[in-house]
Design a protein around this ligand. Structure first.
Ligand SMILES: Nc1nc2c(ncn2[C@@H]2O[C@H](COP(=O)(O)OP(=O)(O)O)[C@@H](O)[C@H]2O)c(=O)[nH]1
Ligand SMILES: [Mg+2]
Length: 230
C-alpha cells in the first residue's frame, strides 16, 4: 500500500493564499498583514489610520486574536467592513481563516484591507495569507534587542514600525542598536519610527499610501537560519 505523505504542511496554506491573492487582485484591494507582539500598538495604529485615511480610502479590517472581539469593537467605530477571528489556542492566522473572513466582507468595495495578526513574532511570519505586504511592528517597551532576537519578522517584512517613541525618555531603549540590527537583518525595509498616542504616524501613512498606490506585492526573501545573527 502506498501511503501518502504530506511533504510540506504549508503547501495547502500556500495554495489557499494563492487563491486569496487572486481574489484580492480581482477586487483591486491592497492587503497588509500587520504582525507584532501583544500590546505593541497594532489596534491603536489601525484606529489612527482609519481616522486619517478612512475618508479617502475604503478600508476593511480582519482582526485576529485568541479570544474576545475587543479589537473589532474598537475598530468598528471607524469602519463597517470588519471581521474578528478568534483563533483559540492558535498562535497565528492562516490563509483559510482569512478566506472565510473574506466571505463576510465586501472586498470589491475596498481599496485597502488590514489583517491584524495574532500577537506573536514568530508563527504569523511563516504563513502566507495572500497579502501584498507583511509589516512588522515593535515598540520601545519591548527592549531594543527584540529585532535581533526575532529576526524572521524583520527579514520578511516590507516595512518595520517602531511604536511608542514618546516613551524613549522613560524606558531604557538603545535606539542606535535597534536601528543597526534592522539594517543588518534587512537593509531594504524602511524603519518607521512612530508614536500612535501622540499622533506621530506620518512615516507610516506615507509608506502605506505609496505601497497602496504602487500595488506591488512585496516578495520576501527566504529565511536562512544564521543570516541575521550577530
Ligand atoms: N505610550 C504609548 N502607548 C501606546 C502607543 N500606541 C499604543 N499604546 C498603548 O499600548 C497599549 C496596547 O495597544 P493595542 O493597540 O491594544 O496593542 P495590540 O495588542 O498590538 O493591538 C494600549 O494601552 C495603547 O493605548 C504609543 O504610541 N505610545
Ligand atoms: Mg490588537
Amino acid at each position: 500500500m502506498k501511503i501518502p505523505v504530506v511533504e510540506n504542511v504549508l503547501k495547502l496554506n500556500d495554495e489557499i493564499a494563492r487563491q486569496n491573492r487572486l481574489a484580492f487582485e480581482a477586487a483591486g484591494v491592497y492587503v497588509v498583514d500587520l504582525i507584532g507582539a501583544p500590546g505593541c500598538g497594532k489596534t491603536a495604529l489601525l484606529e489612527a489610520t482609519l481616522q486619517k485615511l478612512g475618508g479617502i480610502l475604503e478600508i476593511g479590517v480582519i482582526a485576529g486574536d485568541p479570544a474576545t472581539s475587543r479589537d473589532a469593537e474598537r475598530l468598528a467605530g471607524y469602519c463597517d467592513n470588519i471581521v474578528q477571528i478568534n483563533t483559540g489556542n492558535g498562535c497565528h492566522l492562516d490563509a483559510n481563516q482569512v478566506r472565510q473572513a473574506m466571505g463576510r466582507l465586501d472586498i470589491a468595495s475596498l481599496d485597502l484591507l488590514f489583517i491584524e495578526n495574532v500577537g506573536n513574532l514568530i508563527c504569523p511570519v511563516g504563513f502566507d495569507l495572500g497579502q501584498h505586504s507583511k509589516v512588522g511592528m515593535f515598540s520601545v517597551c519591548q527592549g531594543a534587542d527584540k529585532a535581533a532576537k526575532h529576526p524572521y519578522l524583520p527579514l520578511v517584512a516590507a516595512a518595520i514600525l517602531l511604536n511608542k517613541i514618546d516613551l524613549l525618555a522613560h524606558v531604557p531603549f538603545d535606539l542606535q542598536q535597534f536601528r543597526a540590527d534592522l539594517k543588518r537583518i534587512n537593509a531594504a525595509a524602511p524603519l518607521l519610527e512612530i508614536s500612535v498616542i501622540q499622533n506621530q504616524i506620518a512615516p507610516w501613512l506615507n509608506w502605506l499610501t505609496h505601497a497602496c498606490t504602487g500595488r506591488g506585492e512585496h516578495r520576501a526573501p527566504e529565511y536562512q537560519p544564521g543570516v541575521a545573527e550577530s
